[in-house]
Design a protein around this ligand. Structure first.
Ligand SMILES: [Zn+2]
Length: 446
């Protein structure tokens, strides 16, 4: 075969691969579908959305006439939601960085924005998100904190900062490349205070998986978000000797004045809560795994390494879960800001499937179906301080949308029936993206 034919075949092949999932025309009318806009408490039953150059140009609660030159997509029987925001994302399941398949699976599930809360190769994530922004790779819009801020030597995966000088050094190294800061379990208070003050001046989203710092101190200092809900309010977890961590959390007393004070402070200071229910719930053998064929997304070596179901600590799982639900119920009743994050590390709830499960879990904490959807859409955008740009279906906002077969406002389980996703006006087919990821999450490190 000569060079010309090879090039031609390559071009045809490339064109076919792209055109089957990406909508190229920038002027599209979506019509005849239900719309959940992320703001209203009721769905529009039969609406239209006009999209031009990646933004929402018009919305109607009737059938809009087709403007000249617009492509039409009839979505009868479907419901359109704002694209989902995963506020606790990672791209390295089981310590194996896998940017391409993880990002593609997220997008396939309707996640159009991901806040990467710590990376083991933060430089690589910078390169990857650059490619996503240039349209060379597929995935959600990625916001990032860069490296973790941790002290001591808790995890050899991450660089430790133990002095204010080291902490500010790491902060200054990364501040121009990140939107947030994530503190991790062993950060000391001097480093925490110093970096938090700088980050606040720079308008960063500051969040933490706490342990070495009390929750009250973090809130008093003005932290924006807290990860893992009640499970990391370490100052209120009993330190009973000989009891595993899950069981100690399960034995927490929720009815103390300290608990009430912390909940009130979180709500009053508008600290968002990212409970990350799904990774813990998946370890509860009675419930997980939630995705029956999750192994198909793993390459052989990774599948061999991760094939044993979790059986540890099962006796404390119901209590562990109930404490989180009770905590969220109280935050919700007081009008606190709850977001969805899935902390994808174990691959048995693959990226993109996990966010649906997180929404379903929130309804068990008493959120209405609509409020669970808002947690995964507009609340995430508010937490990222980007609600003017995305998070709801409103004129002028980015055309980031999840298209669902079903009515998730009436039956939240149907939120998992994502059939396609639109990011910045481009449409992708969920089944196709997922098929492309079969066997894709691989061992990338020894
Ligand atoms: Zn995490």
């Amino acid at each position: 075969m000569n060079g010309y034919c090879t090039t031609l075949l390559f071009l045809i092949f490339t064109y076919c691969v792209c055109s089957t999932y990406a909508q190229e025309n920038g002027f599209i009318l979506l019509k005849n579908m239900r719309i959940i806009d992320g703001i209203a408490d009721e769905a529009i039953e039969m609406g239209s959305i006009l999209i031009r150059d990646g933004r929402i140009e018009a919305i109607s609660d009737t059938v809009m006439p087709t403007p000249d030159g617009a492509e039409v997509l009839d979505l009868a029987g479907k419901t359109i939601l704002p694209g989902f925001v995963n506020m606790h994302a990672h791209f390295w399941p089981l310590d194996q960085p896998n940017y391409r398949p993880v990002a593609k699976l997220m997008l396939a599930g309707g996640i159009t924005t991901a806040f990467s809360l710590g990376d083991i190769q933060p430089e690589k994530l910078q390169e990857f998100r650059q490619k996503v922004n240039e349209g060379k790779e597929l995935g959600p819009t990625i916001y990032t904190v860069g490296p973790y801020f941790q002290g001591g030597q808790v995890s050899a995966r991450f660089r430790a900062v133990n002095t204010v000088e080291e902490a500010l050094g790491l902060y200054n190294e990364w501040k121009d490349k990140t939107e947030g800061v994530k503190f991790y379990v062993s950060i000391n208070q001097e480093c925490f205070d110093a970096v938090l003050k700088e980050a606040q001046k720079d308008g960063k989203i500051v969040t933490a998986h706490l342990m070495s710092i009390t929750t009250e101190h973090a809130i008093d200092m003005g932290i924006n978000g807290l990860e893992h809900g009640v499970w990391t309010i370490d100052e209120l977890i009993p330190k009973t000797q000989g009891m595993g961590n899950f069981c100690r959390i399960a034995s927490m007393n929720m009815d103390t004045s300290e608990m009430e004070r912390i909940i009130n402070k979180m709500v009053d200071n508008k600290v968002y809560v990212c409970p990350t229910i799904v990774p813990m719930e998946a370890l509860w053998a009675e419930r997980g795994p939630f995705v029956p064929n999750w192994q198909i997304y793993l390459g052989d070596s990774l599948r061999m390494r991760y094939n044993t179901p979790n059986t540890r600590n099962q006796e404390c799982m119901p209590g562990l879960f109930e404490k989180q639900m009770e905590f969220l119920r109280r935050i919700y009743k007081k009008g606190g800001l709850i977001v969805t994050g899935t902390d994808p590390f174990y691959p048995d709830t693959p990226p993109g499937f996990d966010i649906h499960r997180e929404m379903i879990a929130l309804t068990e904490a008493g959120l209405s179906n609509m409020d669970a959807i808002k947690a995964a859409t507009i609340n995430g955008a508010i937490a990222l301080k980007r609600e003017k740009d995305f998070g709801s279906i409103q004129v002028g906002k980015m055309a980031d949308l999840a298209i669902i077969a079903g009515k998730p406002d009436l039956d939240i389980q149907e939120v998992a029936n994502v059939i396609s996703v639109m990011k910045k006006g481009r449409l992708y087919n969920t089944a196709q993206l997922r098929t492309e990821c079969i066997g894709g999450i691989k061992m990338t490190k020894k």
